[in-house]
Design a protein. Structure first.
Length: 75
């Protein structure tokens, strides 16, 4: 699964959560679902979107473990 696929799935889940919160009869439940689930998930989606954009911009280069250390470094 790619980061974009994970993002898309979480975005669909957020839509379902928001729809549930909008349509529930209990104002307290709606508030708790929004505060405890939807809001944090929006933060996750925002962070994931930034990572996806950075990856597309080439910020994250592919390095093997051997490329991370020089010969004189200890593990």
């Amino acid at each position: 699964m790619t980061l974009k696929e994970i993002y898309d799935e979480l975005d669909r889940i957020l839509d379902d959560i928001n729809e549930y919160a909008d349509n529930t009869e209990s104002g307290n439940l709606s508030s708790d679902v929004t505060k405890d689930v939807a809001d944090p998930l929006e933060h996750v989606l925002s962070a994931l979107d930034t990572i996806i954009d950075d990856k597309a911009a080439g910020i994250y280069e592919d390095y093997g473990e051997d490329d991370l250390y020089t010969e004189d470094e200890e593990f």
